[in-house]
Design a protein around this ligand. Structure first.
Ligand code: URA
Length: 214
């Protein structure tokens, strides 16, 4: 989805001084079967200009296919739409000296608040009925910091308001509209813990009965 220039300018201003690079827009149809909300783009996404196009994306597509969906059926975005990076000095054996690296990292609460106008805009335009949050960042952005993926993965939270920016755009308030939320582990979780694969596959099956034409 192309974000209006005014919205991009607003978020750029709100993010001034933050270690965020590039802009990766959300992608998919309006009124989708599902809206998927992740964490933030990584390096792969900045290169391809497509959300979830790296290794986590491959896992996400497999999970979608397990419930009869393709990438084209869903709208994919995340809480932050620029790549959060850290600056790390590491020793390079190849170069035999210290070098500076800029790896991906999880976005901070301040960065998520700075980018909140993007997600609010996308939710208003896309009008999803069902939202899948993948990982803690998306879940906390929608439902608050007392929600934890470790406890709520594979559940369904039906017909609830979500957090959106207040009029001053400096804090969150509850939305008037209500949504059904499926908290799921981030697909990248299996790269750190292979044993989660089966649990994640099982967790996704809870979504199937809620889909149209199922
Ligand atoms: N993780 C996310 O949350 N979003 C992406 O686009 C890629 C990885």
């Amino acid at each position: 989805m192309q974000y209006p220039k005014k919205l991009v300018d607003e978020v750029v201003l709100r993010s001034k001084g933050m270690r965020l690079e590039g802009l990766n827009e959300g992608e998919g149809p309006v009124h989708p079967q599902l809206m998927i909300i992740g964490e933030a783009p990584g390096r792969d996404e900045l290169i391809s200009h497509r959300p979830f196009s790296g290794s986590s994306g491959k896992e996400l597509i497999k999970l979608l296919s397990s419930i009869g969906l393709t990438r084209d059926d869903v709208y994919i975005t995340s809480a932050v739409r620029s790549r959060p990076y850290e600056i790390k000095e590491v020793f390079s054996k190849r170069e035999n000296k210290n070098v500076i690296k800029y790896p991906n990292r999880r976005p901070t609460k301040k960065e998520i608040l700075a980018h909140a106008p993007f997600l609010d805009y996308e939710i208003a335009k896309v009008e999803p009925k069902l939202i899948v949050t993948v990982g803690n960042v998306g879940l906390e952005r929608l439902l608050g910091a007392n929600h934890k993926i470790s406890q709520e993965h594979g559940t369904v939270i039906e017909n609830v308001p979500i957090l959106e920016l207040n009029d001053k755009k400096d804090a969150y308030v509850w939305s008037k509209k209500r949504y059904t939320i499926f908290p799921q582990y981030h697909p990248a979780a299996i790269f750190y813990n292979r044993k989660l694969t089966e649990d994640i596959e099982k967790d996704w099956q809870i979504i199937k009965p809620y889909l149209e034409n199922n």
